[in-house]
Write a protein of this length. Structure first.
Ligand code: ZN
Length: 195
């Protein structure tokens, strides 16, 4: 009888230990992991440098003798300086633009693409998945007429239109709500008045 009791106690112990480990494991895997916890902002500066030519700034293309409006921002840097991916995505295009030189495009989702122009070297082929901060290219070319110093021409296309990269770079996950403006329409107020 004592022996049977002992086995039962052992079984209870084993069950207890099993439950303890099961709960510990569940607590471990159920920790909420915030989305994009590894990045501070959805888009980061692709080159460490100062912005010399702004979005929509008018510049003179001396070679073609025309004035153009800038479709992105020029970020100044050193010859050979590495360019990183502004956000996670897939390399969707590599080519040569007559107005910006060697070009790389990253598709981030259905609506957003980032463009990197005036590149010296490209390190990733089309179809590569890249993470935010990953080295994709280097600068040092002189193919973008908007600035004569070594720079990266960086653009953001949203729904087929160029938008100001500085606005997008300013978005920060910790304060994203300040960029959301809820507009009330007459229809919204009808909800209150209908009761
Ligand atoms: Zn430019």
């Amino acid at each position: 009888m004592f022996f049977v009791n002992l086995i039962c106690i052992h079984k209870k112990c084993a069950a207890g230990i099993f439950l303890f480990f099961l709960f510990s494991f569940l607590i471990l895997i159920c920790q909420p992991v915030p989305l994009y916890s590894y990045c501070k902002s959805p888009f980061i500066m692709p080159l460490n440098g100062s912005i010399t030519v702004k979005f929509r700034q008018v510049y003179r293309d001396e070679e073609k003798e025309i004035s153009r409006r800038h479709t992105g921002i020029d970020i100044e840097g050193r010859y050979g300086q590495k360019v990183i991916a502004a956000a996670n995505g897939m390399v969707s295009y590599i080519g040569f633009s007559p107005t910006g030189g060697r070009t790389l495009v990253i598709k981030h989702n259905k609506n957003i693409r980032t463009t990197y122009l005036n590149l010296l070297q490209i390190y990733v082929p089309v179809g590569t998945s890249v993470k935010q901060g990953e080295v994709i290219a280097s600068i040092g070319a002189e193919d973008d007429p908007s600035s004569s110093s070594y720079h990266l021409h960086f653009g953001i296309i949203y729904d087929g239109k160029y938008i100001d990269p500085e606005d997008v770079l300013a978005i920060d996950y910790s304060s994203i709500s300040k960029f959301i403006h809820l507009k009330y329409l007459p229809f919204d107020f009808k909800l209150y008045y209908s009761n």
